[in-house]
Design a protein around this ligand. Structure first.
Ligand code: GLU
Length: 548
């Protein structure tokens, strides 16, 4: 077979050579050890936690080594494409501090290694496809869908591996005349790789996450170009990651079965193989067993979920780093105030089997992160969240920033700040009562006679002085307790509850409920300080009126 003639026949319009293309994609001038990596999403419109995990890993590997992170849009499958998907992805990742140095951006492509959208690269793939044909490493296949199905059925009936290989690869060694006849008839064709591999052969391969793998050679003549001339993922991966000078391919381990073919393809093309970082899936506990997070079953897979719940970006990053690198938590304990980016991330510490996503742990981390913020910082982030997801609350917060900040300052600072909030969504249930419109009517324990509660509230009103410090304030609460025959001696009460009609805790609760509508609230003295005399007294009076 005259492969050069075949190459000319299949790609008459390709005039550029691989060298011409190589010259357009020079080696990158980067420091020793710099990682060049990419995110290469298919624009399907659904941005999930896995994208963020991959983004964080790639971002850290690139930027902690002085390397480059770029975004390449893998839009070869037009059927799956959703308009605006790239923009949504870029925005979502930016929200979590994943910045791309080059590639597809909101306003076109930036960088010297583009175009970064695969459909714009068709001519480039064809140059390398032509080269493979000219070297006898690829050939056209004119099989129809019906023929391919027949092959598959026969293989299934024989209990053989399915695929286009060996004696089933019916176009592998056809004559130039046969091919010419098909082309002349205008029949569609795909370009297939001519695999020289054998499933009898195995070799060792090092993956940065999975460790040493034993790989069986690929013997299938996979498709490189589809009948419309658009490459498959495999071919585009090899050509693009070579030309864009990717040093590390960070991707999901669902690609692991294709790795033997990819290795073979890089070799056939004469390209240096990048390093591979195959990350395991995100899993969750379902009953007693682990399973992959699923788009259908788990709303928490979507990144939009975390934004709507109001998990701060910082909490998400802290939590994910905890999951990704087991030494992160120790590092964080030793460096409580350090920027997360000064932690040295290592792909080798990723769990090869995947990471367990634990919502309760995320909540814990988030509580911690929020508790360490200044009141001003918490206010800014809460306002940003509320403006988008609870505009009414947002308006109240912005109407008097100083007031909201005083509320958010409760329990902050010091060695052991209070951990009241895990998300911004929890802020309204927690502090809404500070705003009259959100104050709920209290529901008192029916065990106590209304007249007792009214008595307590009246007595409190008579003595309430906002100039009191917290101990003077509490002495007054105790005085009321004794005056109505309840006890301030909690020990004695615990020893014999039946001996007392109630305690100082009950008295506090009556007052708390009258002022906040709830049985639980931040420190009541501080609450009253923030509400001020007028508001506190008015609420107590309203409550008395409602009880009478
Ligand atoms: N387009 C592929 C995907 O969406 C990218 C895989 C890769 O990163 O190489 O899964």
């Amino acid at each position: 077979m005259d492969y050069l003639a075949l190459a000319a026949l299949l790609f008459p319009d390709v005039t550029e050579t691989p060298e011409d293309i190589e010259n357009k994609y020079p080696r990158r001038e980067l420091p020793e050890g710099a990682v060049v990596t990419r995110m290469a999403p298919s624009p399907t419109g659904f941005v999930h936690l896995g994208n963020l995990v991959q983004g964080m890993i790639s971002e850290r590997m690139a930027h902690q080594t002085g390397g480059v992170l770029f975004l390449r849009v893998e839009d070869t499958d037009a059927k799956r494409e959703v308009p605006g998907a790239v923009e949504v992805l870029i925005e979502s990742l930016k929200h979590y501090h994943i910045h791309f140095d080059e590639g597809a951006t909101m306003d076109g492509d930036h960088g010297q290694y583009g175009p970064y959208r695969q459909r714009q690269r068709a001519a480039i793939y064809h140059v390398f496809a032509k080269k493979l044909v000219a070297e006898g490493k690829a050939y056209p296949c004119f099989c129809t869908e019906a023929e391919l199905s027949a092959i598959r059925e026969q293989q299934e009936a024989n209990k053989e591996t399915t695929g286009y290989y060996g004696k089933y690869a019916i176009w592998r060694d056809r004559s130039l005349e046969d091919i010419q006849a098909q082309l002349a008839a205008g029949n569609p064709w795909v370009l297939r790789f001519r695999s020289e591999g054998s499933i009898e052969n195995q070799f060792k391969f090092d993956d940065l996450v999975k460790g040493k793998l034993t790989i069986t050679e690929n013997n299938i003549d996979h498709v490189l170009l589809k009948s419309d001339g658009i490459p498959t993922y495999h071919f585009a991966h090899a050509v693009d990651d070579h030309l864009m000078r990717t040093t590390h391919v960070v991707r999901g381990d669902e690609w692991l079965p294709s790795l033997p073919f990819h290795i073979q393809l890089f070799q056939a093309l004469g390209f240096k193989l990048p390093k591979y970082v195959h990350i395991g899936p995100l899993m969750k506990m379902d009953g007693n067993s682990k399973r992959k997070l699923s788009k259908r079953k788990d709303p928490e897979l979507a990144l939009t979920f975390y934004k709507a719940e109001g998990f701060p970006v910082q909490a998400m990053r802290e939590y994910l780093m905890t999951v990704l690198n087991s030494n992160f938590e120790d590092w964080r304990r030793a460096n409580p105030d350090a920027d997360i980016d000064s932690f040295r991330f290592s792909p080798k510490k990723l769990n090869p089997a995947g990471s367990l996503f634990d919502y309760a742990k995320l909540t814990d981390v988030s509580k911690n992160v929020i508790s360490r913020m200044s009141a001003e910082e918490a206010y800014d982030l809460l306002l940003e969240w509320a403006t988008e997801f609870d505009p009414d609350f947002g308006e109240k917060l912005s109407a008097d920033a100083g007031y909201a900040i005083r509320i958010l300052a409760i329990g902050r600072g010091g060695k052991k700040p209070r951990k009241d909030l895990a998300t911004w969504k929890e802020a309204k249930p927690y502090m809404g009562f500070f705003y009259d419109e959100y104050l709920e009517a209290p529901v008192f324990d029916e065990k106590y006679d209304k007249s007792v509660i009214v008595d307590v509230l009246n007595r409190f009103l008579e003595t309430f002085d906002p100039a009191d410090d917290s101990s003077a304030w509490f002495e007054k609460v105790k005085a009321i307790t004794s005056a109505i025959g309840f006890t301030t001696d909690m020990k004695a009460y615990k020893a014999d509850p039946a001996a007392f009609p109630g305690t100082v805790a009950d008295v506090s609760t009556f007052i708390r409920q009258a002022v906040t509508g709830k049985t639980n609230s931040p420190d009541l003295y501080t609450v009253m300080q923030i509400l001020g005399y007028e508001c506190t007294a008015a609420r107590i009076r309203d409550c008395i009126a409602a009880l009478n």
